[in-house]
Write a protein that binds this ligand. Structure first.
Ligand code: DAT
Ligand code: MG
Length: 140
């Protein structure tokens, strides 16, 4: 299995409730290594650009407003099969459908305020990492 990198975001509901350590412990326990991390406060324009793929969905405005409401932690996770493994540890988008032990089951407040973002495929992981990080910021 290949070593991959994926983009992870600890969303405003997670930073607000001081949950970054507890959530990152779940990634590390699953064998994912945090190889880059920074706390930033997205502008609405930046959040809108990041989630542009959802621009025609009815929840887009709410999603952008939420992501720009308070700081987030953007980070790069590395490990075997990291893209799928991260999605597994995150759990389903809607916390009501998330499996026991997943981040969203344990911490998410709602479908919108669901604590974490994770890239969904190799091409989006590459683009999303490049959206936030330069090569110099990525350490093994
Ligand atoms: P995921 O974050 O699991 O990849 P997604 O890419 O389908 O989910 O959607 C991006 C985010 O948008 C999601 O984490 C929360 C929000 N969202 C998705 N569907 C929603 C809905 N029906 N109502 C409100 N927010 C929604
Ligand atoms: Mg998604």
């Amino acid at each position: 299995m290949a070593i991959e990198r994926t983009l992870s975001i600890l969303k405003p509901d997670a930073t607000r409730r001081n949950l970054t350590g507890k959530i990152n412990a779940k990634f590390e326990e699953a064998g994912l290594r945090i190889v880059a991390s920074k706390r930033i406060h997205l502008s609405p324009a930046q959040a809108g650009k990041f989630y542009e793929v959802h621009k025609d969905r009815p929840f887009y405005g709410e999603l952008v407003e939420f992501m720009a409401s308070e700081p987030v932690v953007v980070q790069v996770l590395e490990g075997e099969n990291a893209i799928a493994k991260n999605r597994e540890v995150m759990g389903a988008t809607n916390p009501a459908n998330a499996d026991e032990g997943t981040i969203r089951k344990e911490f998410a407040l709602s479908m919108g305020e669901n604590s974490v973002h994770g890239s969904d495929a190799a091409d989006t992981a590459k683009d999303e990492i490049a959206f936030f990080f330069s090569g110099l910021e990525l350490v093994g």
